[in-house]
Design a protein around this ligand. Structure first.
Ligand SMILES: [Ca+2]
Ligand SMILES: [Ca+2]
Length: 170
């Protein structure tokens, strides 16, 4: 916006974001975890694990990687629904890996989990008490928990547009 001040430009951008958010009830809202500097959001639509991971990648991230009990506790409080996270054993049954490629430093299965064998190759957070995980059906559709490695405010516009495109495709 070359003909307006930065302040006016920022205000216009803010109004645009608010209007888009109001028009689109499923806008992606990123929440920053101040402890690790990463931002998280639920997918705006139900998705199988692979679709959720693709949406997360479209914002420059992956499905959530959970690195510690502290991170799990924060996610459990801020995103209490049953949500896909990035953990998968689809490449090698029982060999759980993060879609982010990060090493597995923490596992938080619920009692008797994982129990789905080759029919369940992706993990869901909050299935069991205190945010513990379940391995769940490969073709199931729930919302997914996305993670990007930075504060996510500037992604709201992009996220809103991407959500609209994804919905139009369905
Ligand atoms: Ca499995
Ligand atoms: Ca299971």
């Amino acid at each position: 916006m070359p003909f307006v001040s930065n302040r006016t430009g920022s205000l216009c951008l803010l109004i645009l974001v608010v209007c888009l958010a109001a028009q689109n009830a499923t806008a992606v809202i990123w929440v920053l975890n101040p402890a690790n500097g990463r931002s998280y959001a639920e997918t705006p639509v139900l998705a199988d694990w692979h679709s959720g991971e693709a949406m997360a990648q479209s914002y420059g991230g992956h499905l959530a990687t959970v690195r510690s009990q502290e991170e799990n506790d924060w996610l459990h409080v801020n995103f209490p629904d049953n949500l896909w996270i990035g953990l998968t054993d689809e490449n090698s049954e029982g060999n759980w890996q993060w879609s982010s490629g990060e090493p597995v430093t923490f596992l938080n299965w619920g009692s008797n989990e994982p129990n789905g064998g080759t029919n369940a190759n992706h993990a869901v957070i909050n299935w069991h008490p205190n945010g513990q995980w379940n391995d769940w059906g490969n073709n199931s559709t729930i919302r997914a928990l996305m993670e990007i490695p930075e504060p996510g405010v500037l992604h709201l516009l992009v996220a809103t547009a991407a959500g609209a495109i994804l919905r139009r495709r369905r």
